[in-house]
Design a protein around this ligand. Sequence first.
Ligand SMILES: *Cc1c(COP(=O)(O)O)cnc(C)c1O
Length: 263
Amino acid sequence: MPETPLPALHGTGTAAARAATVADFRHNLDSVRTRIAAACARAGREPASVRLLPVSKTVDEARLRLAYEAGVRDFGENKVQEAAHKAEAMADLAGLRWSVIGHLQTNKAKVVARFADEFQALDSLRVAEVLDRRLQAEGRGLDVLVQVNTSGEDSKFGLAPDEVAPFIRKLPAYPALRVRGLMTLAVFSPDPDRVRPCFVRLRELRGRLRQDAPDGIALDELSMGMSGDFELAIIEGATVVRVGQAIFGPRTTPDSRYWPPGR
Ligand SMILES: *Cc1c(COP(=O)(O)O)cnc(C)c1O
């Protein structure tokens, strides 16, 4: 892919105003979809090839119901307990899908197995094993993405790129997990020249993994890109973009609660 300059596409200031009505949500969703379509046009891709996953962490139930009225059916949540509470409180709404996108400890895996439709942050066999066991007990399956640390930062969860191939070879042992692809968080930087290589790394890794992926493991999905960098991610091949603040507005809770500074 040629290096096209991306001046207006990336950076800070990408949170929308706080959405407090259904009309606000329609407006913010429209503008995110317009940005997705523009990035797709630049990349010669179909807008339908990119799934928008609205990320609703810190957003309360009342506002999630407004987003639902504006057409949102998928919600991405970073913390399991927060997600499980919302899923329970909103069980009256038809067609909701909950996607857990944050690091999971084995002791929370049983909660995920009960309510989640997708888990995007798989990075340990211990978690895979507990999830699979609990899912089988529930008679459920779960779409999973393997999280990869493409930035090399200690603060980011995920497997190192060279750990992913041997990891994926072990996943057929957990049949309740439907492995769909890879997820990453790029480095947080306003500089596209630092962000973009993370996305390139994930796409190239998928290309290599596909060559000897075990039967039944489809590596179609690349979940990468957030409010500040999803256009770049789309240009580099994202099939899922996880967008919070450009839809819901700025978060008041500091992100350090979701992304611990070290581990
Ligand atoms: C919060 C979060 C996002 C969305 O970030 P925004 O800046 O609100 O778009 C994406 N991915 C993960 C893993 C997150 O925790």
